[in-house]
Design a protein. Structure first.
Length: 149
């Protein structure tokens, strides 16, 4: 192992990434074998990163939209100008698309942060979120041995 804290060897970086991926895989595998999977799972409507990245832009966009509506929906002027309503709406919609596109990366980053911070509560809640099991009903409830599909 290299002991240089400022090491810029590409192979060391690749090995470190492989090592961290193996740890993450082992944790997820352990979760699959110990946490029951519920039947009739529905796709969660929760989008990771919404509160941090999209919600502020949504509020700003709605504010300028209602200012535009209250002004009589003008086509030109300060309220309809590119720096206000149109720009904030475009930024909001761009953020929605970006968060949906990066959903897996945001989930992985939160998972890695929970592991690094030794935050066991967030670790297991992230495992549950990854698996999309909201219900606490055990898998044997549906009559199958473990995984219901």
């Amino acid at each position: 192992m290299c002991k240089d804290m400022k090491c810029d060897n590409a192979m060391h970086s690749i090995d470190l990434n492989r090592y961290s991926n193996n740890i993450t895989g082992a944790c997820i595998s352990a979760a699959y074998s110990t946490i029951p999977i519920a039947c009739n799972r529905q796709k969660s409507k929760i989008v990771p990163g919404w509160s941090e990245q999209v919600k502020p832009l949504r509020g700003k966009s709605l504010f300028w939209h209602w200012m535009w509506v209250d002004s009589g929906r003008p086509r030109t002027g300060v309220v309809a100008d590119t720096d206000t309503m149109r720009r904030t709406r475009a930024a909001y919609h761009y953020a929605v698309r970006a968060v949906k596109k990066d959903e897996d990366m945001i989930t992985r980053q939160r998972f890695a942060d929970a592991v690094l911070d030794a935050d066991h509560r967030n670790f297991w809640s992230d495992i549950k979120r990854i698996r999309s099991s909201k219900s606490g009903v055990a898998a044997w409830h549906c009559g199958r041995s473990y995984r219901c599909g």
